[in-house]
Design a protein around this ligand. Structure first.
Ligand SMILES: [Zn+2]
Ligand SMILES: [Zn+2]
Ligand SMILES: [Zn+2]
Ligand SMILES: [Zn+2]
Ligand SMILES: [Zn+2]
Ligand SMILES: [Zn+2]
Length: 641
């Protein structure tokens, strides 16, 4: 389509229409956009005059290059008429382009024969319809249209029908048809097609009329109500004599006849322990009919064998054992039963476990008990504590004597009296004897219990260095002795009040000293303590304890002391020399009466040795009641630690 730009208002309107179309359409009206724009911008250069006459109306219209008659004349009402070129009766083709000035005239259309359009046939529920239409025989314009409707319904449109009652040999059947449009139904009878089955069973013969394709052979034979020979099957009579399948339907006249079955064995099978068996049977090898049915043989059941042990677990001392008692079938070896049997525990077997005695250092064990089978300890051994050592008497070993300048020593050792193990060892030091040894001679005096005077010991040492007095190593209380200076030293008198507490025996009296250098030293004498008299010395009669009696003439239990008889104290004695015996009559100064000891009748003296180092000299005199015997005593000057 080509359009030229017009200079008239109509041309502008046309351009606007073209632009509107161009922009409103999804694709430009021009195949080539560039061409279209160029065409639109190109001014129309040619126009024509169209003169028209439409009945009494006339006029002129302007056509531009490319316009068709339709374009120019479209605005003029032309119902029932068509355009012709002036002077022609041929209808104008309105699509033709105007190429020059022209004159056109409208002419009345000429209706042709009415034609049917949109025809619809009647159905069983609607009338038939169609449009009756006329067209101008010259220009083809539709001049009239009228819808025409019939007044009758069409017949129903039935389907192929369905048998709603089956025909038999003696009775008609029924078919029901249904309209596929409106569902209306109608029924029609029909007659079954029949045929004849002729049977021959030996002399038993007859016919049965049946419906073709409906009745089976079996049904037909059943309806004959005959008793057929046994062990026979049916064959087609004549022709191929093929076997008849009694379940098939009969399709036409036919004759069938029986023939004897051919017996064939059907193997049975033996029963087993658990499964039933079958007897032998027979069947027809031709038709397969069972002639002798197989009978079931019951299962034999298992045959139990001897029970056997399985899964044996031996009993122990404490745990039960067990086993399965299992019975198998001797025929098929299947397990018939299984029972778990418990075996009681055997219990322990006691056995003594020897213990052992404890020693000084090692624990012992009591006897125990264990199981000799499994080793379980039934009675535990108990520990017996070690006895410990038994200390014996200390003995001296490794004795090394002290010299004047070297200490000696020894080990004081204690051994176990049982095992001999050494328990203790103490090293003792023996002090060096030193070089200042002093030997003194003392009289071995005797003190008789009950004597008024104590025992006096004379020493020529330094009284100021005396530190104490010991009797048998026990220090005396200072109230038990007195110390007094003497012409050649000093004396120590142990009082009778102390001595009377002693029992008879020999005692070592030791004087303890410390020199200016704080060295200890000591000297000892032996003092004999004698028991007192058992007779009264004062009157020669028995009585008196002797403890006080001899000292005066009045004490005692027997009366006054005799001056001429047996000695009775310090003044009564006579004589100048001592005698031994039970009475003293010999001297005037030292007389004493004892019953157990010898009386020495002279004053005691001691021999003296001088110490090398400090010239210390001891005179130790034991003077017992003024009489004593001088006894040499070694006094050691000791260096004391
Ligand atoms: Zn016409
Ligand atoms: Zn219908
Ligand atoms: Zn057979
Ligand atoms: Zn079995
Ligand atoms: Zn055990
Ligand atoms: Zn021991």
């Amino acid at each position: 389509m080509k359009k030229k730009l017009k200079k008239t208002m109509a041309g502008v309107a046309s351009l606007s229409l073209v632009l509107a179309l161009a922009f409103s359409m999804p694709f430009p009206a021009y195949a080539d956009k560039t061409e279209g724009i160029a065409a639109n911008l190109e001014p129309a250069s040619v126009s024509y005059t169209v003169t028209y006459q439409n009945g009494s109306a006339t006029g002129e219209l302007t056509a531009y290059e490319g316009d068709t008659y339709g374009d120019v004349l479209s605005g003029i009402n032309l119902t029932g008429r068509h355009w012709c070129i002036y002077g022609s009766n041929e209808p104008l083709d309105l699509t033709t382009e105007i190429t020059g000035d022209v004159r056109v005239v409208s002419k009345t259309c000429t209706a042709g024969e009415a034609v049917k359009e949109n025809e619809a046939d009647a159905t069983c529920i609607s009338y038939a319809t169609y449009d009756s239409v006329t067209y101008c025989v010259k220009c083809g314009a539709e001049l009239s249209r009228e819808t025409v409707t019939g007044n009758e319904y069409a017949a129903h449109t039935y389907d192929n029908g369905e048998i709603t009652k089956i025909a038999t040999v003696n009775e008609a059947g029924e078919i029901t048809y249904t309209c596929t449009v409106c569902g209306a139904t109608k029924t029609e009878e029909y007659q079954a097609q029949t045929c004849t089955l002729t049977y021959r069973d030996g002399s038993n013969r007859g016919t049965v009329t049946v419906v073709v394709g409906v009745t089976t052979y079996q049904e037909a034979l059943d309806s004959a109500k005959q008793t057929w020979r046994e062990n026979c099957h049916w064959r087609k009579y004549g022709g191929d004599q093929s076997l008849i399948d009694l379940t098939e339907t009969i399709s036409g006249d036919i004759t069938i006849a029986t023939s004897k079955c051919t017996e064939e064995t059907v193997e049975g099978k033996a029963a087993t322990c658990t499964e039933t068996g079958l007897t032998d049977g027979t069947k027809c090898s031709v038709c397969g009919a069972i002639l002798t049915a197989q009978a079931e043989i019951p299962a034999t059941g298992h045959t139990a064998g001897e029970a056997v042990k399985e899964n044996e677990v031996a009993a122990t001392c404490t745990e039960d054992g067990s086993y399965d008692s299992v019975v198998y079938c001797t025929v098929c070896e299947e397990e018939i039963s299984r029972q778990t049997v418990t075996v009681e525990a055997t219990g322990h077997t006691e056995e003594t476990v020897e213990g052992k005695a404890a020693t000084c250092t090692e624990a012992g064990l009591t006897d125990g008990v264990k199981c000799s089978v499994c080793g379980t300890i039934l009675t535990a051994q108990e520990e017996i504590p070690a006895t410990g050592h038994t200390a014996g008497e200390a003995v001296i070993e490794n004795y090394v004597a002290a010299t004047a300048t070297e200490d000696g020593s020894y080990d004081s050792v204690v051994y176990c009296a049982v095992c001999g193990a050494e328990l203790s060892r103490e090293k003792a030091i023996i002090n060096a004897t030193g070089t200042g040894t002093t030997t003194v001679t003392v009289s071995a005096g005797t003190y008789t219990i009950g004597s008024a005077a104590g025992a006096t010991i004379t020493c020529d040492g330094n009284m100021n260095q005396l530190t104490g007095v010991q009797v048998n190593g026990t220090s005396l209380n200072s109230s038990n002795y007195t110390v007094a200076a003497a012409s050649n030293g000093f004396t120590v008198t142990i009082l009778s009040s102390y001595l009377d507490t002693l029992s008879a025996g020999k005692y070592t009296v030791t004087l303890m000293f410390m020199d200016d250098a704080e060295n200890d030293y000591s000297g000892s004498v032996t003092l004999t303590v004698a028991a007192g008299s058992t007779t009264d010395p004062s009157d020669n009669t028995s009585g008196g304890t002797g403890a006080t009696d001899p000292t005066d003439n009045t004490d005692g239990t027997g009366g006054t002391a005799s001056t001429t008889g047996t000695g009775s104290g310090t003044t009564s004695a006579t004589g100048s020399t001592g005698t031994t015996g039970t009475t003293d009559t010999t001297d005037t100064t030292n007389g004493t009466v004892t019953t157990t000891s010898t009386i020495t009748d002279s004053a005691s003296t001691s021999t003296v040795k001088t110490g090398v180092e400090d010239n210390l000299v001891f005179y130790v005199m034991a003077i017992i009641l003024g009489m004593g015997v001088a006894v040499p005593v070694m006094v050691k000057r000791r260096k004391m630690q």
